[in-house]
Design a protein around this ligand. Sequence first.
Ligand code: HEM
Length: 183
Amino acid sequence: MTTEDSLSITPKAQPQTGPIAGPLALRIALALIGVAGLIWLMGLLRAGLHVHAPNTALLAAQPFAVKFHLVTVLAAFAIGGVLMVGIKGDALHRALGWSWVILMTSTAAASFFIHGFNPHGFSPIHALSAWVVVAAPFGLYLARRHQVAAHRRMMTGLFLFGLLVAGAFTFIPGRLMFQMFFG
Ligand code: HEM
């Protein structure tokens, strides 16, 4: 076996059964996204359906940590999407996967410097950040150990809850994304 073989996660060695962590995780994630959607809709109605071009001045006024958090999370969102639907186990998957873990860990780390909800400390959302800084590198470790099924579950869970659910809740009224687009 070559080094390349030993590092690769081929579909032959570990059949891919689907891109999601599991039907239950998907249902929970969808339910949470639905809750966020309802809160967003209520806020939108209260704001009088005030949809407009993004207010970039609001973003420009944010501290560096928020800008860094946003740029890294959007890059992670794009790369994560490619990884979720793309082919598994080849060199491109590994390169994108490493980038994704670095981006996710960076975006979570940056969030420790954002204290919008609790100016004197951390908010419950920081628990998500703590999970991501541990889980993302651990997902990588699982891949390196060829524990493909566990790796897939971990990474898909991170994508579903760390990105999609967390992202949906950034659009609730009062938060920056809502203010930028609908405030
Ligand atoms: C699409 C995904 C995401 C977007 C668009 C986003 C955007 C933002 C923005 C704009 C802020 C600062 C302003 C505000 O709170 O409204 C923020 C704060 C925060 N984000 Fe994210 N984020 C995303 C995903 C994540 C992820 C994956 C994590 C954790 C790993 C995370 C953790 C946090 C935390 C802890 C805060 C600070 C909350 C506080 O003020 O206490 N976010 N996010």
